[in-house]
Design a protein around this ligand. Structure first.
Ligand code: ARG
Length: 461
């Protein structure tokens, strides 16, 4: 069979065709295909500008716009004929335009280089994806709020060092993740402002001799700003790095949530029951119900971190301005977009079906000296310096350990052996619920504080 050899855009300068190994090695088509519709969108705006500036005639512009529209339909229907010789999506679309229009198709690339074109595509793409990821964060936040409202009175142990520390509300614990996601959304928003800058018109690296109007293109494509330095424009991938970094932090948050779900689903904790539809069995051990979904959420964080490092490493040491190394920005970017969207989607779907074992949670918050700080703060209220109070309660705890007793079980007479400041009102305080509700400091775990936060969230604050 005769290999179909497509003439390259740069064939004028070259005596020989590309080696097939080079074609395969340098091609980005397999992954930058996903930019196709953004490439068309950018070309439409570019073409309009060329007509407005009289660089193209109105008739030429109309032909090109029609050609682009029919290519768009082929792309949407999945009938666009990709060729192995198409080096990237930009060349594929331009080649198709020439097939449809003949030489006039070759006028679209006037005053444009793939170096600024590819950035336009990526910026348009990323702008949409950031908005989509922000919406997914919001859906997950909504599920956390719903669960928090459902568990407005459920107490559980709060931990430091993975040791039971003080009782907290389950709602407070869940809303901690709400706050993380709130920061993630804000970070993505800030990143989006730096994505939203028009690169087109930087040309290959130095601008163009032709009388283009970059600000007009920016208006057509709703870019609030136009980039300032053509060299910087074609070399810059900061906005991708920032996005990958924001996603790395987001993935880290989701991984911490996933880790807690894994722990809580274990028989050791038994705080939650995972829904069957989101768990998997073992091929060998019939009794197993494994938390594979949160485990994969945790595991996929590795590639999201890796993508950030891959791009930083590509950029390190690149001289100005464009270098082909920069093509390596896309796979990490696309992989992070897909991974983060997948993780957010599955967590949002799973969370409403997780059963919290409120009896187990409360039981774990009782005993175990979780109320020791409360007793020390009781003595402080009676006028004792905190350090002294800390020491006295430490002694009570040691005595309880020796006598195999819990703080909640001591009689007033026993308490008074350690300090005459203990009075009958102490005993009523020694429940997890009372301990929670006394932590009324702003942002604390008391029901009034958690309710205040839930109200503010409801009002969009
Ligand atoms: N596929 C290339 C990329 O992703 C487009 C720019 C190519 N420019 C060039 N001078 N070869 O970076």
């Amino acid at each position: 069979m005769r290999r179909h050899v497509q003439r390259k855009a740069w064939a004028g300068r070259f005596a020989d065709a590309s080696h097939p190994a080079v074609e395969a090695f340098t091609s980005s088509l397999a992954f930058d295909k996903r930019l196709a519709l953004y490439d068309i969108q950018g070309s439409v705006a570019h073409c309009r500008m060329l007509v407005k500036q009289k660089i193209l005639t109105r008739a030429e512009g109309e032909k090109i716009l029609k050609g682009l529209d029919s290519i768009k339909q082929e792309l949407q229907r999945g009938t666009f004929p990709f060729l192995p010789s198409d080096e990237d999506i930009h060349m594929a679309i331009e080649r198709r335009l020439m097939e449809k229009l003949g030489p006039v198709g070759g006028k679209l690339h006037t005053a444009r280089s793939r170096n600024d074109q590819v950035l336009l595509d990526v910026r348009l793409y990323l702008r949409d994806e950031i908005a989509a990821i922000q919406r997914l964060c919001q859906s997950l936040q909504r599920q956390l709020v719903r669960l928090a409202k459902r568990h407005a009175g459920t107490v559980m142990p709060g931990y430091t060092h993975l040791q039971r520390a003080q009782p907290v509300l389950l709602a407070h614990h869940l809303l901690a993740y709400y706050e993380m996601l709130e920061r993630d959304r804000a970070r993505l928003q800030q990143c989006s402002e730096r994505v939203n800058v028009l690169p087109l018109g930087a040309g290959a690296l130095a601008g163009t001799t032709l009388p283009i109007d970059r600000h007009y293109v920016a208006r057509l494509l709703r870019f609030p700003r136009v980039s300032e330095n053509s060299l910087d424009t074609v070399a810059d991938r900061d906005f991708v790095v920032e996005f990958l970094a924001a996603c790395a932090i987001l993935a880290m948050h989701l991984s911490r949530l996933a880790e807690e779900l894994v722990l809580w689903a274990s028989s050791e904790f038994a705080f939650i029951e995972l829904p069957d539809a989101f768990a998997t069995g073992s091929s060998m051990m019939p009794q197993k119900k494994n938390p594979d979904v949160p485990e994969l959420v945790r595991g996929k964080t590795g590639r999201v971190y890796g993508n950030l490092f891959a791009l930083l490493t590509v950029l390190k040491g690149l001289p100005l301005s464009y270098n082909r190394d920069l093509q390596e920005d896309k796979e990490p970017l696309f992989d992070t977009v897909d991974t983060v969207k997948g993780v957010l989607g599955v967590l949002t779907a799973m969370l409403p079906h997780v059963t919290f074992r409120t009896d187990r949670l409360r039981e774990a918050a009782r005993g175990g000296f979780l109320l020791a700080t409360d007793v020390a703060e009781y003595l402080v209220e009676k006028g004792m310096p905190f350090r002294r109070a800390h020491e006295i309660v430490g002694k009570v705890v040691r005595w309880c350990l020796e006598e195999d007793k819990q703080l909640e079980e001591l009689s007033l007479a026993e308490w008074r052996r350690f300090s005459p400041l203990f009075e009958a009102d102490l005993l009523g305080r020694l429940t997890p619920e009372a301990a929670v509700d006394r932590r009324r400091s702003y942002g604390g775990t008391a029901r009034v504080q958690v309710q205040r936060r839930l109200r503010a969230i409801g009002e969009g604050k």
